[in-house]
Write a protein that binds this ligand. Sequence first.
Ligand SMILES: Cc1cc2nc3c(=O)[nH]c(=O)nc-3n(C[C@H](O)[C@H](O)[C@H](O)COP(=O)(O)O)c2cc1C
Length: 272
Amino acid sequence: MSTVRRDLLHRYGEAPEGETPDVALFAQLAARGSCRRFKPEPVLPALIDTLCALALASPSKSDLQQRDIVIIADAAIRGSINTLLADQEWIKAAPHFIVFLGNNRRQRQIHEWRGIPFANDHLDAFFNASVDAGIALSAFVIAAEAAGLGCCPVSVIRNHSAEISTLLGLPDHVFAVAGLGFGWPSQRPHMSLRLPLSATVHRNRYTECAKAVVDGYDARRNGVFPYRSQRGVARFGTSPTYGWSEDKARQYADPERADFGAFVRRIGFNLR
Ligand SMILES: Cc1cc2nc3c(=O)[nH]c(=O)nc-3n(C[C@H](O)[C@H](O)[C@H](O)COP(=O)(O)O)c2cc1C
């Protein structure tokens, strides 16, 4: 059996039929995991620039190119980001940190410069820029991991959207979607198990995911990498069947970034 098929079987508990083509990138993606432990050695600036170039070569809605990247090279700015994100200790030790931005400002400027009205001041303007930024982040991660680097996205920067905007000098209609910590990994990232493909890949029409499928995933995942502790024990007690679904339900039993919509409106987006 190919290593790709073996890794897919491990991750999903099932794998696509037939032999998997022998493509190096397939093996990389099948086995990948987020990395939060790094060697101290820096990544050459030229390689970081190349990864940004590769990331921004990814698809972009209507070629509008509504995403940018900020490379944090200034120690004072990095220190301020580390302080804001102090809850996540690994971030401080990540040798490099970059921020993926959604940028709908340039499009609006183009309308001003060309004297043509902007007729898309609605939710889709925000959504397109966010998706474009996410695609660039994904491409950066794939390219970085192919070069042997380890990466982990950081959405907790959006817990501090206003402060991050001030630190990075972001104007209206430009916003941080996610940060990314990266460097040379000091240990092989853990491969996390995913929901079965039969629940997440649909054929022609959406099929509802049964509770039994999620229960089965919880059990399979616990068999490989059980949770070491439970969230919210004071509120929910100790669960004998604690697994992924209980953990995610408890996580989202508390509001997270409930003020983000207000922030997005404040920087000029009309989300109607
Ligand atoms: C948009 C996005 C934001 C994320 N934000 C954080 C974060 O703030 N902190 C963190 O430690 N991991 C973060 N992650 C990493 C996820 O926790 C990780 O991808 C998930 O647990 C699955 O693990 P894997 O990537 O190793 O498969 C983020 C991932 C994505 C895609």
